[in-house]
Design a protein around this ligand. Structure first.
Ligand SMILES: [Cu+2]
Length: 98
């Protein structure tokens, strides 16, 4: 298992923040558009209640454009997103097309 990091093992399972940590990494969606040069990705995402978002298609900045390497429109992904100033930044993406 490669994602989320630290999501397995007794230490994680015993953490009182278990549910919270799962919620932090559980956002799911589908790639609509990749703009590597701009460091942006458009994602059709499922609800992210933590951020008060219903299902929608929106553009996210990514923490590192290298995260976009190999992603193609239509790919199913899981991703982590955090608040960043007035907007949001995706800090991790995992392709779940397997
Ligand atoms: Cu959204």
């Amino acid at each position: 298992m490669t994602f989320p990091e630290g999501a397995s093992g007794p230490a994680f399972a015993a953490s009182p923040d278990y549910r919270f940590e799962v919620a932090q990494v559980a956002s799911a969606g589908r790639v609509v558009k990749v703009e590597a040069d701009a460091g942006k990705i458009t994602i059709e995402h499922k609800p992210i209640w933590r951020l008060y978002m219903e299902s929608m298609t929106m553009i996210f900045k990514v923490a590192d454009p290298a995260m976009l390497t190999g992603l193609t429109p239509g790919d199913r992904i899981r991703f982590k997103v955090d608040r960043a100033g007035d907007g949001f930044v995706v800090t991790r993406i995992e392709n779940t097309n397997w």
